[in-house]
Design a protein around this ligand. Sequence first.
Ligand code: ZN
Length: 248
Amino acid sequence: MGLNEALSELNLVEQQVRGLESRLDGARRMVRAQEIKADQLTQQHHELTSQLKHTQAQAANIENDVKGAEQRIATLREQMNSVKTNKEYSAMLVEVNTLKTDKGKLEEQALELLGQVDQFQSEIDELDKVLADQSKVKAHAEKELADRTAEVGERLAELKLERAEKAKPVPPEVLDIFERMAENFDGEAMAPVVEQDRRRMEYICGGCYMTIPVEMVNRLITQDKLTRCTSCQRILYIEQELKAEMGT
Ligand SMILES: [Zn+2]
């Protein structure tokens, strides 16, 4: 088998392998995207929960302070009933009034914090729903990937073996070029020569549409050598039909 024939056969299998792999890749990307989204939502949930707990603790502290102030006021009021001097009585009254003012401020703060707690809680409830939906989407993507893997996995393994077999007659340095081009052009390592105008002998690369000198086309027909497009570097080949027509 000649080099160009071997390359064409390899190319055919390469494209089948890539075709199947791209179907799996799409499903894999989808699963990955859903995983990332789920992680972000879970992270958000953790943050909100910790803010909620922190705010609840702050509110509880302030409520304790309010209770402390109430107790102190009650104690002072009792003592005020049995004081002996006006001076003592006024001092206690001043303290009671100060405590009342402080207690009012603390109650306002507690109320504000409890409002925040409610807000966090409703955000968490909302996020719980989003997470539940997200988990369904993720499960769906995972099933899709499993189905596709089951569907094409075996065929893909066969094709990979076939590709290895088809690569054998290709010299390593040419195989290296083939693989690099396949990487660069998403599996399209080879490009056909396309006839633009036979009378004028104008030909272009079917990959990048740049002109191919007629000498290069002739060499492809007459010699079994690696020929690459000078513009895009893809490996050129001539389809049997064109080859036959040009031979006549
Ligand atoms: Zn080209």
